[in-house]
Write a protein that binds this ligand. Structure first.
Ligand SMILES: [Zn+2]
Ligand SMILES: [Zn+2]
Ligand SMILES: [Zn+2]
Ligand SMILES: [Zn+2]
Length: 802
C-alpha cells in the first residue's frame, strides 16, 4: 500500500537489473538527490510510461452513470432487507459515480437520506435531503422527501421548522394531481402522524444537543512549549551527533500528562483494499466498503454520508467545507491523477501532497536553504539562470546562502531556534539516502519521475480548471519544464524520508459480528502522515509514552512517571510485548537503520535463547515448565519427561490453526460450533502450553465473545477474566491493551447487570484508558455512560421524609 503495486515494482526492478553496470554504479554512488533523480529520470522511457498507464487503467476512479444506477439498485435491495448501513454505503458509492446536478445524484442522495433516517442519523439525513433538492430531485417525488424532512425535524425537537415543512408539503399536494389515489392516501396518513408528533413536541421545551455544549476539555496542552509549538513546556529539544534530535523532560511528568498535540502536516488516507484488476462485466464495480468509502479524505472523520469530488469518484469528504479545502490545497492537482497515485502507492502520494501543501506555507526561506546550505545534505538545485523563478516560492537570490546556515543551531529550526510545524521542519527530516538500497532509490526516483511527467502533461490543465481560480494564483502554480525537476527532487526526498518518518494514523475498528454486544476491536491503519514534532521522538521497545489519534491530530501522553532529564520515547512498532529481541532488532535495523539498545533489548541480549518465558511449553505429565533448546526436558523435581522442540512447535501451529477456524465461525455467527471448537482448543492448550501463553489468552477471549453473543454473561465474564490475566502478564497492568480488555469486561458485567462488579471494572478501565487517551475518547465516554446508568439503578437509601 505504501509502496507502488507489485507489478510496477517488479517491472522497475527488472529494468534496474538490465542496466549496464556502469550506469548502476553512477546511480548507486550519486552524491546528491539531484543527481540520483536526474540520472534515473533520464532512463524512464515512453514504453515504461505506457506500461504504468496500462496498470493504472485497472483502477476505477472516474465517474460512470452506469455505476451510479448499479449501486442504487444494489442499495435498494439492502434497504428492502432492512440493512440500512449496507444500503447507505452503496448509495454513497452511487453518489460518487454521479455527475453534479443530475437526476442520478439526487436520487442517490434521497435514498441515502431514507437509510440515514432509519439509522437514527437525523441531522445527516436532513443534509442529504437538502443535497437531493439542490441537485434537482424530481418534482413528482418531492412529497415523500418533504415528509421525511418533517419527521426528522420533529424528532430533532424543531417543531416550528417541521410545521413550515408541512405547509410546504400541503401546498405541494395541492399542486400535484398526478399522485395516484393510493399513494396519496399513504402520504396523507403519514402526514397526520407527523402532525400529531409536532403538536406533542410543541408542548415540550426545546432541547439542545448536549454534545454541542461540550468542549474538548483535557485535550489541550497545559502550557505550550515556546520553542516547539505543539509540544508541552515539560519537554525540550536536544541534539546529539549520534542520536540526532530528541525530546527530554524538563520536569517530572506524571502518567497521563499530555506531551504533544499536533495536527499532521500532511496525511493521505489509505485507500484500503482497492482491487487492481482488469475490467470485466461481472466484477467491474466493487460492492465492499473500504476505509476510503467511510472516511473523509481530508480530515479522516468517519462518515456514512460522504460528499464526492465533482471531478472523480474516489475522493470523498465529510462535508462541503472539507471538499473545498482539499480542492484548494491539493486536490485540484491530484484529481486527474487518482489512478496513477493508487498505482504508485501512498508514499508517492504523501510526497506529492507535501510539496503541494508547501505552496501555501511560508516556504521562501526553505527554498533559499534548498539553494544554499542544503547542498551538502544531498539536495541541490539544478543550474538555473533565474533562481527566483524556481518553484516561484520566493524571491530568493543566490547571494545569501551558506553563511545563513551557521545561524540555525538545530536543523528544522528557524534562526531564533524555534521548531515550527511547517514545510521547513518536514524538509529537514532525514532521508537516510546512504542507507537505502540502490534498487529502492531507483524505484523511488523512477516512480517520482513518472509522476512528474504526468504532472507536466496534466499540469496546465489541472491548474487552470481550478473551481476557484482566485485561490490558486498563477504565481503559485509550478513552473513546467526544467524547474519541474526541483519538484521531483523534493518529492524524491520526501519519499525516502517516509520509510523512517511516516507515522501511521490508526483507529479502533469494530470487527465483531453484528450480534455480538461486546466490542471486538482491532487497531487498523487509517492514513499515512508526517508529523514534524512526533518525528522528534526516538524509539524504545518499552516506551514511556502512548500515542493516539483524533482525526488527523496526534496526541502523545506519558504512560508512566518520567523523571526530569529522561528522554521522551515512543515505540515505532516493534514492542517488547509483541516480539522477541532478535526480531525487534532485525525489524528496526532494516526499516529504521539503527541497532536498538533500549533497556529491554540490552537485558534480553544477555540471555538471548531464553525468549519470553511466558510463551513457554509445559510437561503433559506434571505440568512443570519444559526447558532446553532443541530437546526440552521437564523441570519438575521427580519427572524425567523430555520432548523435541519441533514436535511442540508443530503442535502449536496446529492449535493456532484451529483457533483461527473457530474465530472465523464466531465472526460468521456460528456460535455453537465456535464454542465447541474452542473448548477443544482449550483442553489441548492446557496439556502443553503455559497458563500465560498468548494463545491461551486468545482462546479465552474468543470464548468470552461467543458466550456474550449468546447472552450468557456469567460464562463470558469468567473467560474474559482469564484472558485479562494473560494480557496483564504480557503487556503490564497499566498498558493500553489492558485498558481495552477491562473495557470489554465492564461491558459484560454491565450487560449481565452485575452492578458492583461492573462499577469496579469501569473504574479500573477508566483509570488505565485515561492515561493513554485522555478524557475525550469514545471508550471512556461509553464507560461514563454505563457508570451513570448503573448509579441510577442502585437502590437509593431512603431517608426520613421532611
Ligand atoms: Zn472532513
Ligand atoms: Zn477529484
Ligand atoms: Zn529495543
Ligand atoms: Zn514433568
Amino acid at each position: 500500500m505504501d509502496l507502488p503495486v507489485d507489478e510496477w515494482k517488479s517491472y522497475v526492478l527488472q529494468k534496474w537489473s538490465l542496466l549496464p553496470k556502469s550506469i548502476q554504479v553512477t546511480i548507486s554512488t550519486a552524491e546528491t538527490l539531484n543527481d540520483l533523480f536526474l540520472h534515473s529520470s533520464a532512463l524512464l522511457q515512453p514504453e515504461d510510461e505506457m506500461f504504468l498507464k496500462r496498470l493504472s487503467g485497472g483502477y476505477v476512479v472516474g465517474k460512470d452513470p452506469d455505476a451510479s444506477l448499479f449501486y442504487r439498485e444494489k442499495g435498494n435491495k439492502k434497504f428492502q432487507a432492512k440493512d440500512y448501513m449496507g444500503a447507505a454505503v452503496l448509495y454513497s458509492k452511487g453518489v460518487s459515480h454521479s455527475g453534479p446536478n443530475s437526476t442520478d445524484i439526487s436520487l442517490c442522495y434521497a435514498n441515502r437520506s431514507a437509510a440515514l433516517f432509519h439509522l437514527g442519523q437525523y441531522e445527516t439525513c436532513l443534509k442529504d435531503i437538502v443535497r437531493a433538492q439542490m441537485h434537482g430531485y424530481p418534482e413528482r417525488l418531492q412529497p415523500k422527501l418533504l415528509l421525511r424532512k418533517a419527521e426528522c425535524l420533529v424528532t430533532l425537537g424543531r417543531p416550528q421548522e417541521a410545521s413550515q415543512t408541512i405547509i410546504d408539503l400541503e401546498s405541494s399536494f395541492a399542486a400535484k394531481p398526478t399522485l395516484s389515489a393510493s399513494q396519496f392516501q399513504i402520504l396523507q396518513r403519514t402526514l397526520c402522524r407527523v402532525k400529531v408528533k409536532v403538536q406533542e413536541k410543541k408542548n415540550l421545551p426545546e432541547i439542545f444537543p448536549e454534545a454541542l455544549t461540550k468542549t474538548f476539555e483535557g485535550m489541550d496542552l497545559r502550557e505550550e512549549n515556546e520553542q516547539i509549538p505543539g509540544a508541552s513546556s515539560s519537554v525540550t529539544l536536544h541534539i546529539d551527533p549520534l542520536k540526532g534530535r530528541f525530546l527530554v523532560a524538563t520536569k517530572d511528568i506524571l502518567p497521563g500528562e499530555l506531551l504533544v498535540k499536533e495536527d499532521a502536516f500532511v496525511s493521505v488516507l489509505n485507500p484500503g483494499e482497492v482491487p487492481l484488476r482488469p475490467h470485466s462485466l461481472e466484477s467491474k464495480w466493487e460492492i465492499q466498503a473500504t476505509s476510503g468509502d467511510l472516511h473523509c479524505h481530508r480530515c479522516l472523520r468517519h462518515t456514512l454520508a460522504p460528499v464526492p469530488c465533482e471531478g472523480c469518484s474516489y475522493a470523498k469528504y465529510c462535508s462541503q467545507e472539507c471538499m473545498q479545502q482539499a480542492w484548494d490545497r491539493y486536490h485540484s492537482v491530484e484529481c486527474s491523477l487518482g489512478a496513477l497515485l493508487l498505482t504508485l502507492g501512498v508514499f508517492c502520494h504523501v510526497a506529492l501532497r507535501s510539496t503541494l501543501l508547501a505552496r501555501f506555507e511560508d516556504v521562501g526561506k526553505v527554498i533559499k536553504k534548498l539553494c544554499g546550505e542544503m547542498s551538502n545534505q544531498g539536495i541541490c538545485l539544478p543550474e538555473s539562470k533565474n533562481p527566483a523563478q524556481i518553484l516561484k516560492y520566493g524571491q530568493g537570490g543566490e547571494g545569501e546562502k551558506t553563511d545563513k546556515a551557521v545561524e540555525t543551531p538545530i536543523p528544522g529550526c528557524d534562526i531564533n531556534g524555534k521548531y515550527e510545524r511547517n514545510y521547513n521542519a518536514i524538509f529537514h527530516l532525514l532521508p537516510h539516502t546512504e542507507n537505502h538500497s540502490p534498487e529502492y532509490k531507483f524505484l523511488c526516483a523512477v516512480s517520482v519521475s513518472a509522476l512528474c511527467r504526468q504532472l507536466e502533461a496534466a499540469g496546465l490543465q489541472a491548474f487552470t480548471t481550478d473551481l476557484k481560480p482566485t485561490k490558486l494564483k498563477a504565481a503559485e502554480t509550478p513552473v513546467l519544464g526544467a524547474e519541474l525537476n526541483v519538484w521531483g527532487v523534493a518529492m524524491l526526498r520526501h519519499m525516502l524520508q517516509l520509510q523512517c518518518n511516516a507515522q501511521a494514523i490508526t483507529t479502533i475498528q469494530q470487527t465483531g459480528s453484528k450480534e455480538s454486544l461486546i466490542a471486538d476491536t482491532r487497531r487498523v491503519r487509517l492514513a499515512t502522515a508526517l508529523f514534524p514534532v512526533v518525528s522528534l521522538l526516538n524509539h524504545s521497545c518499552s516506551p514511556n509514552t502512548s500515542v493516539s489519534f483524533i482525526g488527523t491530530i496526534a496526541t502523545i501522553r506519558a504512560s508512566q512517571l518520567i523523571r526530569s532529564g529522561q528522554e521522551i520515547l515512543h515505540c515505532y512498532g516493534p514492542h517488547e510485548s509483541r516480539m522477541g529481541v532478535a526480531e525487534r532488532r532485525q525489524k528496526l535495523r532494516s526499516q529504521y537503520f539503527f541497532d536498538c539498545d533500549c533497556p529491554p533489548c540490552e537485558r534480553e541480549k544477555q540471555r538471548p535463547s531464553a525468549g519470553p518465558g511466558r510463551e513457554a511449553f509445559r510437561c503433559h505429565r506434571c505440568r512443570a515448565l519444559l526447558q532446553g533448546d532443541d530437546v526440552l526436558s521437564c523441570s519438575g523435581p521427580a519427572c524425567t519427561e523430555s520432548v523435541g522442540r519441533d514436535l511442540l512447535v508443530s503442535r502449536l501451529q496446529d492449535l493456532q490453526q484451529q483457533v483461527g477456524a473457530a474465530q472465523k465461525h464466531l465472526r460468521n455467527g456460528r456460535l455453537e460450533l465456535a464454542i465447541q471448537l474452542l473448548l477443544g482448543c482449550q483442553s489441548d492448550a492446557e496439556s502443553f502450553l503455559s497458563a500465560e501463553h498468548s494463545v491461551v489468552g486468545e482462546i479465552e477471549d474468543a470464548l468470552a465473545q461467543a458466550y456474550a453473543a449468546l447472552g450468557d454473561w456469567e460464562k463470558s465474564a469468567t473467560h474474559l477474566q482469564k484472558s485479562l490475566q494473560v494480557v496483564e502478564v504480557h503487556h503490564g497492568p497499566s498498558s493500553v491493551e489492558m485498558g481495552h480488555e477491562l473495557f470489554k469486561l465492564a461491558q459484560v458485567f454491565f450487560n449481565g447487570c452485575a452492578i458492583p462488579e461492573a462499577l469496579n471494572t469501569i473504574q479500573k478501565a477508566e483509570k488505565v484508558l485515561l492515561v493513554h487517551y485522555g478524557p475525550w475518547n469514545d471508550e471512556i465516554r461509553e464507560l461514563q455512560k454505563m457508570k451513570s446508568c448503573l448509579l441510577d439503578l442502585l437502590p437509593i437509601p431512603v431517608g426520613p421524609k421532611e
